[in-house]
Design a protein around this ligand. Structure first.
Ligand code: FE2
Length: 420
């Protein structure tokens, strides 16, 4: 097949020299220096970084772009956010969800995000959030891969109907079983919810992604339950623990023991640094905890860690643009990942490690024969991409240019002039 799109002089993170990338239809056809091919469209990248797309491994598209509706979160806590969302979601319609989710996804795609895992609140009897997001998933499938998590925001046992609603959500097509054990009414309910989540995942053959210990309480220890269930069920790599912020507050003796079990369980972790640093530590005076899980130690232990935005302008976080380079930049700071290898790892946590969390390894990556999903950054390295929060100049989805952005151009009029 003839090449349809040719990228010249591309810099890949795993190649020492610049390469050309030939795309034929929706697949990568060839990768080599100075390809003797032609294509109707050729882009000379002059050594700019080409990466597989960003992967948003944790976001709530059903609540995205609702900040201030019906009121602002004055305390800034997770729990006031849940209360405000309870008020807002009383008027939630599928059309409402679809409009905002599509807007957020376009915004993310324009910044290089082509794979997204979104939670959908399934605590309301009408399941409008889930139904709306499943419609969005179908609507964007030509340019974006969207996974939908059935997420019982008010607890799987928070009301009598919630367990049945979760099962209905899976029957309707949710890709992933979610949970929130630390927000169940008792510890026993929390443990029971984790066991039920694993049962449902096995029954319906779905992935698992649990909001786990998203609190500063060092006694919140559902991660060990998730880990044990992963080991005993054999699901392991199909399981993700999101947030796990209490892990940042566990004493070191317990944390060390836990990491040993986690390595056996081989589960995935998702941290949401922008949100964690904002929502957690709210009840502390000083010293004030960072409220972020032990990202560096998990990564050093060989466990898979990725980062998400979690929120874009919603009851929990009034800021956020969906840009995963902002997330990676915050992670470098708040997780103290400032070594060069650590900075590169933070970039990987919003790209290929996220793909592993979502179970997308087979279709993700810049390799001959794989789908032609890639982005061009106005940077020459992962370090420079995070340093500058570089513009994603070109987004290619399934072999076609989906979005282009021109980087800002500086005009300097001060003295001395830089050209003098
Ligand atoms: Fe979340």
């Amino acid at each position: 097949m003839d090449a349809t799109l040719l990228l010249r002089q591309a810099r890949l993170t795993d190649h020492d020299e610049l390469v050309d990338i030939a795309i034929a239809g929706n697949r990568i056809e060839a990768i080599a220096p100075n390809l003797s091919l032609t294509a109707p469209t050729e882009l000379n990248l002059a050594g700019k970084l080409v990466s597989p797309p960003f992967v948003e491994s944790h976001i709530h598209l059903d609540s995205a772009l609702t900040a201030g509706q019906p009121r602002w979160n004055q305390s800034g806590t997770l729990f006031e956010g849940i209360e405000i969302w309870r008020e807002r979601k009383a008027s939630l319609t599928q059309a409402d969800v679809k409009t905002r989710a599509l807007q957020a996804l376009k915004q993310q795609a324009s910044k290089g995000v082509l794979f997204v895992r979104s939670h959908a609140d399934v605590s309301e009897a009408n399941l409008n959030a889930l139904k709306g997001l499943l419609e969005v998933k179908a609507a964007v499938k030509d340019w974006m891969t969207l996974q939908v998590v059935a997420f019982p925001q008010d607890g799987l046992y928070g009301s009598e109907q919630n367990e049945a609603l979760m099962e209905k959500a899976l029957q309707l097509g949710a890709d992933v079983v979610g949970g929130i054990p630390h927000y169940e009414m008792t510890r026993e309910d929390g443990v029971k919810s984790v066991h039920r989540i694993f049962e449902l995942a096995q029954q319906y053959d779905r992935l698992i992604d649990i909001h786990c210990d998203e609190i500063d309480d060092p006694q919140s220890r559902f991660l060990e339950v998730v880990s044990a269930c992963a080991i005993r069920s054999g699901l392991e790599g199909q399981v993700t623990a999101s947030h796990t912020t209490a892990f940042g507050s566990y004493n070191d003796a317990y944390a060390l023991k836990l990491i040993g079990f986690l390595r056996r369980s081989n589960i995935n972790f998702i941290a949401n640094p922008l949100i964690n640093i904002t929502l957690q530590g709210r009840t502390d005076t000083y010293p004030k905890r960072r409220g972020v899980t032990r990202v560096k130690e998990l990564w050093q232990s060989g466990l898979n860690v990725s980062f998400g935005n979690d929120c874009i302008q919603d009851p929990w976080y009034s800021l956020g643009t969906g840009n995963l380079l902002s997330v990676a930049e915050m992670a470098v700071h708040v997780c103290q990942m400032t070594g060069l290898d650590e900075i590169d790892a933070c970039f990987d946590m919003v790209t290929r490690f996220g793909a592993r969390t979502l179970g997308l390894q087979a279709e993700y990556g810049i390799e001959v024969g794989k789908p032609a999903n890639l982005i061009v950054l106005d940077a020459h390295s992962r370090y420079e991409a995070i340093l500058e929060r570089a513009t994603v100049t070109t987004v290619i989805s399934k072999g076609r240019v989906l979005a282009e952005t021109t980087p800002p151009v500086l005009s300097w009029y001060g003295k001395p002039n830089l050209s003098d």
